[in-house]
Design a protein around this ligand. Structure first.
Ligand code: UDP
Length: 239
């Protein structure tokens, strides 16, 4: 797991958001993975996914507190969480200010409809060049269309690892654009699901709030976090 921790961006979230703005202005291509223990656990069981994460063109940020705590425990210089949902909102805000183009892909049809309305109301200067819900059959075909549109921002909300695998398969077709796998962010941004109250976020308990709201997440949480904690403890012991 060492190379995965090495890949993590360690700066403050606000500095990272500024870097995103600069990347948009200079029309760079960026592929961002927002990592949590599930990301690292998946990588330990799937070689292709591991290679995607450590690839030179991949930018990986610590989304979850589990990753931040583990990184700090192991002596990595990681400042704080950079949550995927905040990256998504910041990019939409930057697109609004810079009048950049945006494509939104993923989530349920009713959620993507709400996102469309929200874009008109909250980010009218951003150019929404297309949307597609995440339950279409041929997602590669959708990505081919997205690449042709050359958007400045592409948010992909399909869940891990599907969103990362799909983006990586098509990355070379993009000459510019910030492309991010944002998990359940559209559900939250559209107001379909509530984000944890500030109190939970401040205490780094957003994960607990999500589980309390959706008890079905327990199994997934336990499965991914338990193995991760054991692995980190072993790494710490090995020094
Ligand atoms: N999703 C999708 N197509 C699928 C499976 C999932 O668009 O075939 C969407 C789902 O509607 C949700 C997101 O992917 O909006 C995954 O959300 P989840 O909360 O599981 O992601 P997390 O933030 O926990 O990574």
């Amino acid at each position: 797991m060492q190379p995965l921790f090495d890949k993590l961006i360690g700066c403050k979230a606000s500095d990272f958001f500024q870097q995103l703005k600069n990347a948009l202005i200079t029309e760079q291509r960026m592929f961002i993975v927002t990592a949590n223990p599930e990301t690292f656990k998946t990588a330990s069981q799937d070689d292709d996914f591991y290679h995607l994460l450590v690839a030179e063109e991949t930018t990986m940020v610590p989304d979850g507190i589990g990753i931040v705590k583990a990184a700090k425990m192991l002596g990595f210089d990681i400042e704080e969480r950079i949550p995927g949902v905040d990256i998504a909102t910041q990019l939409l805000q930057h697109a609004q200010e810079l009048e950049k183009s945006v494509y939104l892909f993923g989530a349920k049809p009713e959620v993507i409809e709400k996102m469309k309305r929200l874009m008109q109301e909250r980010y009218p200067q951003a150019k929404l060049v297309g949307t597609c819900d995440g339950y279409v059959k041929d997602k590669d075909e959708v990505f081919e269309t997205i690449a042709q549109l050359k958007p400045d921002v592409v948010l992909v909300a399909l869940g891990i690892p599907a969103q990362e695998n799909l983006i990586y398969r098509h990355l070379q077709s993009f000459s510019k654009g910030i492309i991010v796998g944002v998990g359940g962010s559209f559900d939250v941004i559209s107001g379909t699901k509530k984000r944890a109250p500030k109190f939970f976020i401040k205490l780094n308990l957003e994960w607990l709030y999500r589980i309390l709201k959706e008890p079905s997440r327990w199994k997934r949480f336990f499965k991914n976090n338990w193995g991760f904690i054991l692995e980190v403890r072993n790494m710490k012991k090995r020094g």
